[in-house]
Design a protein around this ligand. Sequence first.
Ligand code: PMP
Length: 395
Amino acid sequence: MNRIYLDNAASTSVSNEVLNEMLPYFTNMFGNPSSLHYFGRTTNEALDVSRDRIAKAIGAKPNEIYFTSGATESNNWALLGIAEKFQNSDKKHIITSQIEHPSILETCKYLETKGFKVTYLPVDSDGLVSIAELLHQLNSNTLLVSIMTANNEIGTIQNLKAIAKTVKEKGVLFHTDATQAIGAINIDVKEMGIDMLTLSGHKINGPKGIGALYIANDVEIAPLLHGGHQERNLRAGTVNVAGAVGLGKACEIACRDIIINSQKLRRMRDYFVEQVMNKIPYVKLNGHKFQRLPNSISLSFGMVEAEALMMMLDLQGIAVSVGSSCSSGSVEPSHVLKAIKLSPELAAGTIRITISKNITKEDIDFVVEKLEEIVKKLRAISPLTKSSIGEFDNV
Ligand code: PMP
């Protein structure tokens, strides 16, 4: 079966260029980077090269890049590390948004149990944070603001520069989760005033289990892991050298190819949406119309159960993801779709399609044909009616 993978926001394949760079670090270049002999020095040098590449990709200095196990760890560290460092100060207020990844939201909830107050900023129906609301919530006790660069479910890209500027003008620390944004938009941490930034390997054709946290040199943060001097005494444990090498190469390629890739992705994405809208009625496109990741399409199908749609597409060899998660027997809409105020009926019919640069028009035509067939079948057995599901972009 010819399989079409449309879930690149969940994970991507490791590119050949990245894999080839990594391979020697599994075999003959295996030394521990902390060892002072030749074997250690060579792997330590490889880490330096990788740090340099990651730093260049985001406009940071190499000694501001710390390897982690991925974006979940980087996000946890950014919040927990700052909270611990300032636990004895009056600054006990954190601001984030309602549409962050769970690794931010759950860490914030945890910090609430430790005496921190957290403001979860709402977003508008496009998924954008309001700068006026942010300004309104910033106060003399605010320690840290964490707002994601681009959302993983609906693809909306925040006005990052304006957000960072607003936060910095109040003398508050600013962290952003850029996991989905690297390689899609240009980021310069110095020019934008970003103090900490999260990124992850497996979202950008690098390996899984490796990520990084950029921490500006003037930011004071508590260590995440104890028991070793690695990562400037802040993150103990032998670094995943092959992973780090892969992450460095993946960042370099993502930035090298940013223009060509995003142009192609945008063209394919827009063709995809246009075909769906032309061929299937009662569909809504979620996220900001223009300020959106070039590979991301979130679609709500009226009178359709997204889980059934996803599974029937899978039977046809097409992999997409569902915009709501099934918990304790009931379908609970995702927090992101709730935050953009999508009705529960539409949220239950939402799928996320995230394309790669390898997609062809033929793939898209095939997927749209299958979507049309399956949506028809599911609507024929749906208990919902047109009048119960609200307004659409294409009726
Ligand atoms: N943040 C965002 C925005 C993400 O999309 C993801 C992955 N879905 C993560 C964090 C977690 O990434 P990782 O798998 O590297 O821990």
